[in-house]
Write a protein that binds this ligand. Structure first.
Ligand code: THU
Length: 127
């Protein structure tokens, strides 16, 4: 398996998903080839939930990483899980048109480009 997908699958084990039961793992590969992982984190307010993609992205950004190549998102769904709208916005602004790899635990994967998932974005070029 691709090490990036493998990292997303492993990160999923740490999900704090006791409210939805929907565990998500994400891994982002930076321009140096380093991997940054995240899982979804839910809490009793529900509304303060943070998706796995944003946890991975914010961890990397907080370490000073600014250039990214790919992100993998892993769930246990037969229908592969794409990033939510909020995550697409942040991934676009900080990662640009990266490769987005969707994966499940049975080895099913799909590779997409973020620009196809998030056409006509609002970003700094609009200001
Ligand atoms: N979730 C993610 O972490 N990433 C996605 O791409 C879709 C949704 C989480 C948020 C929440 O904890 C749970 O999945 C159900 O929506």
């Amino acid at each position: 398996m691709d090490a990036l997908v493998d990292a997303a699958v492993s990160a999923r084990d740490n999900a704090c998903a006791s409210f939805s039961g929907f565990r998500v793992g994400a891994a982002i590969e930076d321009a140096e080839g380093c991997l940054h992982t995240g899982c979804n984190i839910e809490n009793a307010t529900l509304g303060l939930t943070v998706c796995a993609e944003r946890v991975a992205l914010f961890k990397a950004l907080s370490e000073g990483v600014r250039t990214f190549r790919r992100i993998a998102i892993a769930t246990d769904s037969e229908t592969l899980t794409p990033p939510c709208g909020a995550c697409r916005q942040l991934l676009w602004e900080f990662c640009g048109d990266v490769e987005v790899i969707l994966a499940n635990l049975r080895g099913k994967t799909e590779s997409l480009r973020l620009k196809d998932l998030f056409p006509r974005p609002f970003d700094a070029s609009c200001l």
